[in-house]
Design a protein around this ligand. Structure first.
Ligand code: SAH
Length: 496
């Protein structure tokens, strides 16, 4: 029997990834097909499984690249194939989202569906600008109105009634109609000093707010070149934003940080950046794969007794080594007489989490310091095992060789570049690089013709920095090769 397909109509919220609901995220991560709009945040699109088919039906105001009927058909056809289809829409699917129309055809064909409501921009964009949509002293209702113009005709809004309501008015899709809306309200008798605001790209690192009165909002919006997407808010509550603004005041509130490390490793860095208010875009430029049929490692395992030290240069190396050990059914006690060295604190922690204490970690977390330190500690008769990345830095092995330290450099995992549809980099963006290979992957993503001179690259250490400098990036190096130090560096050197 054919698998039964199903459609989930999911609200993605205004853009900030953190405003996607838990249910929305769960459903998205189990999708076979995702049909999404232009206003869905990049961070949210990043949650779509790599295996899922992605269909962009993004609409721009005034033009509909994919007609609604076609979108309805796509949903039906994918569901009929037995797929789990997620229809991902900005904000809430039923707030000017044409969610209702999309359900019609599904109902006709008895396709099961669920609605996952989302956080609507009408309320959340205002909140991120410090505007409470209702307030006991100023507004006891709010009204959400579309100001979308159809083919340059006048919009049909009953300004008289709206003005009488006395609540906060929120206009969506209104950038092209600010003047018309304000004029309509004035003509209907609204106080000319009524506070009003236009809020652009709310909940993102680029959010902007213009607060004025209905008499001069249109002029101010024009002066500031406010563009879609933006909401217009009219009401006394707008004046509160001067006191209640908060989102852009967070240390990294106006910054988007691109995190290039592999997904598995990105979360700590991403969390800390988000805590500081940054919009984080995870753009993993590399992936690591444990090498299969690894005869050199197999040999090293058989001759484990000949080594006195094991040296790890990354957390991935530690994980891959212990994975291989257990796969080969070798007991961890085989390592009992070995001494362990780690390049830095994260690697040390990964080893110690396995109940093994680390004998040596250099003060400065880099290959040079590690090699020099080992050279002083490894005795003449002793041999070192270095399970690490294929094509790891030669600096480590060169220094050991120069000091006549016996070692086996055994590749245990490899790094492969990811291919992405590159995102549009903007001036205030920061790119965080945690290894030279993440820089290489980034350059592969954007291509060698791309102008990297404006890229603000925060690098974990010297080797990473050197790689970034090859492309004339604007490089800042963390004091210590740790995530915390990278964060400190961003706080100190990037935020002016
Ligand atoms: N369903 C959506 C609205 C879709 S209509 C919701 O519930 O939010 C599209 C309009 O929503 C845009 O023209 C703009 O007015 C508003 N909008 C959506 N996201 C926005 C954002 N991040 N910042 C400002 N306005 C936004």
């Amino acid at each position: 029997m054919n698998k039964q397909g199903k459609v989930w109509l999911v609200g993605a919220g205004p853009s900030d990834e953190g405003l996607l609901t838990i249910k929305g995220k769960t459903v998205l991560q189990q999708a076979d097909v995702v049909v999404y709009d232009k206003l869905v945040g990049y961070g949210i699109l990043n949650l779509i499984p790599l295996t899922a088919k992605k269909i962009n039906v993004g609409k721009t105001a005034g033009s509909h690249p994919i007609p609604q009927e076609k979108i309805n058909r796509i949903l039906l056809e994918e569901a009929q194939k037995g797929q789990r289809v997620v229809r991902l829409k900005g904000g809430d699917p039923f707030v000017f989202g044409r969610g209702g129309e999309e359900l019609e055809l599904l109902v006709q064909h008895q396709i099961p569906f669920e609605i996952v409501p989302g956080v609507t921009s009408a309320v959340s964009v205002a909140a991120y600008a410090g505007i409470p949509i209702t307030h006991r002293d100023y507004a006891s209702s709010f009204h959400v109105i579309t100001a979308h113009k159809k083919h340059n005709s006048k919009i049909k809004i009953d300004y008289q009634s709206l003005t009488k309501l006395g609540g906060t008015l929120v206009f969506l899709m209104g950038v092209g109609a600010v003047a018309e809306v304000c004029e309509g309200l004035l003509k209907a008798g609204m106080n000319q000093h009524m506070p009003a605001a236009i809020l652009e790209q709310g909940t993102t690192a680029y959010q902007r707010r213009v607060v004025a009165t209905i008499s001069d909002l249109a002029q101010q919006a024009l002066k500031q070149q406010i563009q879609s997407p933006a909401i217009i808010v009219v009401g006394e509550v707008c004046k509160l934003s001067e006191r209640f603004h908060w989102a852009e005041d967070r240390p990294l509130g106006q910054r988007r940080v691109i995190v290039t490390r592999p997904k598995k490793r990105a979360s700590v860095l991403a969390e800390k950046l988000r805590d500081l208010g940054a919009e984080v875009v995870e753009l993993p430029t590399i992936q690591t794969h444990v090498l299969q049929r690894n005869t050199r490692l197999g040999q090293a395992f058989c001759e484990m007794y000949t080594y006195s030290w094991i040296v790890f240069t990354s957390v991935t190396g530690v994980e891959a080594f212990f994975q291989k050990l257990i796969e080969s059914r070798i007991d961890v006690r085989t390592l009992s007489s070995l001494k362990f060295a780690a390049i830095g604190s994260a690697t040390k922690q990964a080893i110690e989490q396995r109940g093994i204490l680390v004998e040596y970690m250099p003060l400065c977390y880099d290959a040079h310091a590690l090699a020099e330190g080992l050279a002083k500690r490894v005795h003449t008769q002793e041999k070192v095992l270095i399970p690490r990345a294929l094509h790891g830095t030669e600096q480590l092995t060169e220094i050991l060789a120069r000091h006549q330290v016996a070692f086996d450099d055994v590749p245990i995992y490899e790094t492969v570049m990811n291919q992405h549809a590159p995102i549009e980099l903007k001036e205030q963006d920061i790119v965080a690089f945690t290894s030279a290979s993440t820089v290489k992957g980034f350059v592969q993503t954007f291509g060698t013709d791309f102008d990297y001179t404006g890229v603000c690259a925060v690098c974990i250490g010297e080797q990473t920095a050197q790689q970034a400098k090859k492309y004339q990036m604007n490089v800042i190096v963390a004091k210590e090769a740790t995530i915390d130090s990278m964060i400190e560096t961003i706080k100190k050197e990037v935020i002016r």
